[in-house]
Design a protein around this ligand. Structure first.
Ligand SMILES: [Mn+2]
Length: 260
């Protein structure tokens, strides 16, 4: 696949660090995860926070915000952070209906999936990661359907209560799939390498799979490529998980655990 020019993010020369997070799955029923995220957003010294998808557990339309105190508090955390750092948000598979109105209300830039972050001599290809999990053909068919402008327009035209009911049903189906033990597809190595090749980059960073790890990928005729997977956040599990991947201008990356 080719990468359109719009999907590039050029880091200004004065940036010293960029934080990457994803898969927080924020929801009112899990206040501990929200609080850890709020504390982090209020205190990070980074020049930019790039959220690579699934910040929210579910998003059925920007018009839910006025009736949701929880979403309003989340918006305020984002807006407050955006006054002192660059805030970029990429759609995940659960919150891809976040629209321009919400982005504007929290001072965020919508990041295309994928986005090439260019910073001095270094570059990183950023993605949510679900589009790379091509072994799950049922999911890819579903993704193609729900990401089509026609589907999104007709879904958003439904009354809010109806959209919330559809989201609840999808969530039950997803839980049933998880407990069936069928497992989840992982990011495909060949496709990851081909994305990197099109972007002329050698480092891919994504979330979605909740399998935080650093992989080295090699292919004949191509130098070593790297795939870093972000951690999800869950403060209610044991041991709790909350982690930031921090990039610095010298091309290094560091995983910062936010819980002991
Ligand atoms: Mn996801």
């Amino acid at each position: 696949m080719s990468l359109p020019a719009a999907s590039q993010l050029q880091a200004p020369a004065h940036w010293r660090s960029v934080d990457l997070i994803s898969d927080l799955h924020l929801q009112a029923q899990e206040p501990e995860t929200f609080e850890a995220w709020q504390t982090y957003m209020d205190s990070t010294p980074a020049d930019a926070v790039l959220i690579l998808g699934d910040l929210f557990e579910v998003w059925v339309g920007d018009d839910e915000v006025p009736s949701s105190p929880f979403l309003q508090v989340c918006r305020d955390v984002l807006r407050s952070a955006s006054t002192r750092l660059h805030l970029g948000i990429m759609h995940g598979n659960r919150d891809f209906l976040m629209g321009p109105a919400f982005m504007a209300s929290c001072g965020a830039q919508l990041l295309h999936d994928p986005t090439l972050l260019r910073w001095g001599r270094h570059s990183w290809l950023l993605s949510h990661g679900d589009a790379l999990c091509i072994d799950d053909t049922d999911y890819q068919k579903f993704r193609q359907q729900v990401r089509s402008p026609a589907w999104m327009t007709s879904f958003l035209a439904q009354p809010l209560a109806q959209r919330q009911a559809v989201a609840r049903q999808l969530r039950e189906e997803s839980k049933a799939h998880q407990s069936s033990g069928m497992g989840f597809a992982d990011a495909d190595t060949a496709l990851s390498l081909s994305w990197l090749k099109s972007a002329a980059a050698s480092h891919l960073i994504h979330g979605h799979t909740h399998r935080a790890a650093d992989h080295v990928m090699t292919e004949v005729g191509q130098g070593p490529c790297h795939r870093s997977v972000l951690s999800d956040w869950d403060l209610q599990t044991q041991p709790p998980r909350a982690q930031v991947l921090r990039l610095t201008a010298d091309g290094r990356q560091q995983r910062l655990p936010l819980v002991a």
